[in-house]
Design a protein around this ligand. Sequence first.
Ligand SMILES: [Zn+2]
Length: 328
Amino acid sequence: MKYFSNQHKLCRTFLAGLLTGMLGLVIGGCGKDDVEQTKEQQVLQVLATTTHLADLARQIGGDKIAVSSLMNPGVDPHSFRASAQDINRLHSADLVLYHGLALEGKIAQVLESAKASRQAYFSPCEEVSSSSLIYSGEANQSIDPHLWFSPDIWTSCARVLSDQLAKVLPEYKENFQSNLEAFENSVRQVDQWGQSLMLSIAEPQRVLITSHDAFQYFGQHFKVKVVGLQGINTLVEAGLADRANLVDFIRRHQSPALFVESSVNPKALEEIAKESGAVIGGTLFSDALGAEDQTVPGIDGKPLSAATWQGMMVHNLSTIARALNRQL
Ligand SMILES: [Zn+2]
């Protein structure tokens, strides 16, 4: 049904574009802009809630879809609230990709209403098997939503997304499949490089202390102990006891560095670093990727876009290894 619904919508969009073009011809001739606008309108307009999902959609969809992100780089998805303009964007996109698992906590209702009003609304993350998920909070009731930090889970999300795009645009199925294979290969390369980099850190020092508890999948995959000042979302501030416990932990384990996150206010962690004698080891990308024009050094030293999963992981892995190996 999603496919037919989209086809109808695309068909309507195409006809509207055609009519606009014809009108342009009648009024003042069919200009270049009209042709380009019509072409653009024929491409499936995909709106992803987070920067991670927008990147995944760009890498799998390639030039067969046009992707934009509801949230900007540096924006915390846990506390993000939608403006009237955002709601319009959600309702006018051909396909909305959302993360789910309570990541977009403050816009859950907005997403639900968008979901009720349209069929082209999809999460590539909600089909992950429960045995792969990490549970947290009281009585382990909450699913940790930070799935992108597991190369295995994120590639499984990519496969689900590729299948979904092939259902919506079956004529491009092979393109999506070959983009998926390229994505999986590059993830594997980063993963293998990252695993050996993490092993270069002496085991007692392999402790990742961050602002909020976003890195459990990362820790499980790369065999790094993870400690977050705040829980799996940023909505509940750490209390004095949490801060004191963390200072005590750092002193007992002689942890050399703490890491702030690009989407979380660094103030609390900076104070803890001062009090405990540890240093800030750098800024990690956690719940948001970098800006489109921002680059980070890749595995081979060449610039890599910080707005990609690969850029995020290579930057995070290098930053962590440098600080925990005391190479600052
Ligand atoms: Zn988070």
